[in-house]
Write a protein that binds this ligand. Structure first.
Ligand code: N01
Length: 550
């Protein structure tokens, strides 16, 4: 059996059989659906939320913004989208990004191919029919020749296993699953647990409203000022003219640590004074670009130390109480080895009288009580607690579904020691399953829109290739997967990333195998590799004309 020819495909038919079942209606699932339609494949998107947007549908906490500049954080596949859409600020807020996703969905009529308020609970590969049988929490049963996961890298909120949470008499929230109606903290005593990107963005905004905010910090993070500002009409117009050209440059870029196209100097190629000046410039510019101040920041610990010291000094300049400043200064991991944060007024917030900091290294949280939070040395009373405690990153959403490949083998079992993929796109034993921005691809170390478009395009080309040749299945070979996993590890190990207890290595989830999951070589070299593999007839994949045995 092969993929339906375009003329045979009837989009929107009541049949429960499709060429592809796409899981997730975020930016990945949206573009995948569009491409499937363009190519004449039938497909069906299943999405847990009530609308498009994925992570931007759920992460509605106060202060939520993207830390990639809005002018770059948009689709490029259809130029009319960026020409018609106008971003209002340098860093877009969550409501504006969600509005953008809705705009694209309207423009391309995407919702008609999507089923909302529905979670995929199981997807089993049937060896007899060579199809994926998919079940949902609404009792639906679908069948797809291909199963395409656009489930996102940071989509499963993680709540620590605290004793006593049920007994808490106030309200509690997780930043990654925020109430749609919003939360009014006026007059409230609020505890915030967690100081990653979500905590660092939300704390200043909550502190503007609440009576008091007590921040529970286990590990301080490096944060760079966003220097957010409204975009002028001139900036927007200019960007529209150069957007496609700039995007093509970004897509082929090597990471800064490899020197990149921008001729970035190494830290010790500069004098102390020049280096300091460069850090100042990048600090003033703001945002994640600070990591590109020197080419070797993420491979050379001594180089990294110079940048880390610079940021620690800034923290001491910004925070008036030197003890608080020191508590907020990270010493346990290289700068950038955990996802760097981008903030608006985070450090200044600790100068406010209504904001205090609790060091969980000195006294860990022991339990949530009826009145608040008890640490090893004190009890704090709150009206509300905000958990900004992160996500089961990169593998969480895939493993939350009961995915079974050939012979009923479970993905959970196959990945028991950590994820193993070929190119972050496929897994041995799971034919015709594709994972958009899966572990082993640049994903979270890149602008997600760039990586999503690249994967969707690659998968679309692959499906077309198969249709043209009357091929039924594609599956990574064990040799290719082993070699890729080794390569991902080798180049990851040559950087400072594995030195941090980050969600990149699964360290935030007790018991999760410690594996560095993203591919660090940069989107340019990665794209080239994927293109070469496709051009060589999908080297490392086995493509079969399989005949169903039914
Ligand atoms: O989650 P995190 P996040 N007791 O895992 C602490 C993206 N994102 O939601 O470091 C006490 O980074 C934990 O402490 P520690 C972005 O890629 C992007 O903030 O494990 N504390 C940490 O401080 C980001 O990196 C944007 O010691 C506990 C915090 O909770 C990723 O999402 C905005 C604890 C979790 O930080 C995740 O960010 C938001 C416990 N038991 C998110 N367990 C933008 O685009 C955890 N913590 C700007």
């Amino acid at each position: 059996m092969t993929i339906d020819a375009p003329e045979a495909a009837t989009e929107g038919a009541q049949s429960a059989e499709y060429d592809a079942i796409i899981v997730g209606g975020g930016f990945a699932g949206m573009y995948m659906l569009h491409q499937m339609r363009q190519l004449g494949f039938t497909s069906h998107v299943i999405e847990a939320g009530s609308d498009v947007g994925g992570t931007w549908y759920w992460n509605r906490y106060p202060g939520a913004r993207c830390d990639i500049e809005s002018l770059s954080y948009q689709y490029s596949f259809d130029d009319s989208i960026q020409r018609e859409w106008n971003w209002s600020e340098r860093y877009a807020t969550q409501p504006e990004i969600l509005e953008y996703a809705r705009f694209v969905a309207d423009k391309l009529d995407l919702r008609s191919g999507m089923q909302f308020d529905t979670r995929v609970t199981a997807a089993h590969y049937d060896d007899a029919t060579n199809r994926w049988d998919v079940e949902t929490d609404q009792g639906d049963r679908y069948s797809g020749r291909f199963l395409i996961a656009g489930t996102g890298c940071l989509s499963v909120p993680r709540l620590p296993d605290y004793e006593g949470l049920d007994a808490f008499e106030g309200d509690w929230y997780h930043t990654g699953d925020w109430p749609h109606e919003g939360v009014d903290f006026t007059g409230k005593r609020v505890g915030v647990v967690g100081t990653g990107s979500s905590g660092i963005q939300s704390i200043p905004v909550i502190a503007e409203q609440a009576d008091s905010v007590t921040v529970f910090q286990r590990t301080p993070n490096f944060s760079i000022p966003a220097h957010n500002a409204p975009l002028t009409q001139e900036q927007r117009d200019e960007n529209k003219q150069v957007f496609q050209e700039m995007r093509r440059e970004m897509e082929t870029a090597a990471p800064a640590r490899a020197g990149g196209a921008m001729q970035i100097p190494k830290a010790f190629d500069l004098t102390d004074e020049e280096r300091q000046q460069r850090y100042e410039q990048l600090w003033d510019m703001g945002g994640v670009a600070f990591l590109t101040s020197c080419a070797d920041l993420l491979v050379n610990k001594q180089a990294n130390d110079t940048a880390a010291s610079f940021v620690r000094e800034k923290i001491h300049e910004l925070v008036t109480d030197p003890k608080v400043a020191e508590l907020l200064s990270p010493h346990d991991h290289p700068l950038g080895a955990k996802r760097i944060c981008v903030d608006t007024g985070y450090y200044d917030t600790f100068n406010q009288e209504n904001v205090s900091l609790v060091d969980l290294h000195a006294a860990p949280i022991e339990a949530i009580t009826a009145k608040g939070i008890r640490t090893a040395d004190a009890e704090y009373e709150f009206d509300a607690i905000v958990f900004a405690t992160g996500f089961d990153a990169m593998t969480g959403a895939l493993l939350a579904m009961d995915i079974r490949g050939r012979d009923g083998v479970s993905l959970n079992d196959v990945w028991a020691e950590g994820p193993r993929t070929y190119l972050g796109l496929q897994v041995v034993g799971f034919p015709n399953l594709f994972t958009i921005t899966g572990p082993g691809s640049p994903s979270v170390l890149s602008n997600m829109l760039i990586s999503i478009e690249q994967h969707v395009d690659w998968i679309s080309d692959c499906l077309e290739y198969m249709r043209e040749r009357d091929l039924g299945t594609i599956e990574a070979t064990p040799e290719a997967q082993d070699a890729w996993v080794q390569h991902v590890n080798d180049i990851g190990d040559a950087t400072l990333f594995p030195q941090a207890n980050s969600w990149y290595v699964g360290a935030n989830i007790p018991g999760k195998p410690r594996v560095f999951m993203p591919y660090v070589a940069g989107v340019g070299p990665y794209r080239q590799k994927c293109d070469e593999i496709a051009a060589a007839g999908y080297e490392g994949f086995e493509l079969a004309k399989e005949a169903a045995t039914v």
